[in-house]
Ligand binder design. Structure first.
Ligand code: ADP
Ligand code: MG
Length: 324
């Protein structure tokens, strides 16, 4: 019901970037190959995410706004090994309960699409629209119905920073999807589909980082595969801001990964100087607990030792070759 939705919204959607994250994950789950994101005022007044994914029929467009309407879990078993990003079925109803929300969607083969408008959790209009295959969601005045939450938002600039970082992470993680991100119609970045990591890093983060990257020799062991690229620590990088890890295509913050990285660099990573690192880790999803907090990127591992060992093994040879 309405109250439950607003409570859920406060928990899952802490800030505009969390709404963007949920929408982008849904587009990825819908097998989109192109995702375009736009926002204004740090996402407080306007967020739009459009994709060319599989879209929804009218009945699906209506049920997806009801709590726990996920189409992504079929049995209790799936919970353990779920690979898709979404599995709780609460993001859309949560966001819609605290904003002016518009969903436009059309599946393959349908003549027309469906547009559903929601105001603070109540459907106010359903109509047919002409559009291509895919889904477009517009979220205006996020938290308009929960002033307490709205008060906790930071400045537009800070909230924008969170959105931009989030989008860059997903753009980096998904090399088979092209992304664009715009703030007030100004292009922040756009990335094309490419398996070339350095090319993607260049498009998303810029040349300063991409030109320093050394590719990792792909490594597989301990039930884990690791690939990606790293750099030597740079004088000007005084924080870990250029260190990114992805587990099964999901950007994560994982203590075991970071400490293994530090160990691999040992004395080559003196205090206050950090490398860039983009680590793509594949592991049996049953060994990762993605459910620690729905809105956070922290993950827990069932076997931290295996993760540390795999990362060390993956890095050591490469770092030696480049005398790091
Ligand atoms: P979850 O992702 O956990 O299933 P959500 O509330 O995020 O829950 O989404 C509810 C449902 O709406 C999804 O399971 C999916 O069927 C549908 N959906 C949401 N976004 C999209 C999209 N961009 N394209 C196609 N279907 C979508
Ligand atoms: Mg979802």
């Amino acid at each position: 019901d309405d109250v439950a939705n607003k409570i859920a919204a406060g928990e899952v959607i802490e800030r505009p970037a969390a709404a963007v994250k949920e929408l982008v994950e849904n587009s990825i789950d819908a097998k989109a190959t192109s995702i375009d994101i736009e926002f204004k005022n740090g996402g407080k007044t306007f967020i739009k995410v459009s994709d060319n994914g599989h879209g929804m029929r009218k009945d699906q467009a209506l049920t997806c706004l009801e709590p726990h309407a996920t189409s992504k879990i079929r049995s209790a078993d799936d919970l353990e090994s779920i690979l898709s990003f979404g599995f709780r079925g609460e993001a859309l109803p949560s966001i819609a309960s605290v904003s002016k929300f518009t969903l436009l969607t059309k599946p393959e083969g349908a003549k027309v699409g469906t547009s559903v408008s929601v105001r603070a959790g109540k459907i106010t209009e359903i109509k047919e629209v002409a559009m291509g295959r895919g889904t477009e969601i517009v979220v205006e005045d996020l938290f308009c119905s929960v002033p307490a939450r709205r008060k906790f938002l930071k400045t537009d600039n800070t909230e924008a920073g969170h959105i931009i970082k989030m989008c860059k992470l997903y753009a980096l993680a998904k090399n088979d999807i092209s992304f664009s991100l715009r703030e007030n119609s100004k292009l922040i970045f756009s990335s094309k589909k490419t398996a070339d990591l350095a090319e993607r890093v260049k498009n998303i983060f810029g040349e300063e980082i991409s030109e320093k990257l050394i590719p990792l020799a792909p490594y597989s062991g301990f039930g884990i595969s690791v690939s990606g690229a790293v750099s030597k620590p740079a004088e000007s990088w005084t924080t870990s801001k250029n260190i990114y890890a992805f587990i099964n295509g999901r950007p994560v913050e994982c203590r075991a990964v970071f400490s293994a990285l530090k160990d691999a660099y040992k004395s080559a990573m003196p205090q206050g100087k950090y490398p860039a690192a983009f680590l793509f880790i594949e592991i049996d999803p049953r060994f990762v607990d993605v459910n620690v907090h729905p809105a956070k990127r922290e993950v827990r591992l069932k076997n931290e030792f295996a993760m540390r060992s795999a990362i060390l093994a993956a890095l050591v040879e490469t770092l030696e070759n480049y005398s790091i």
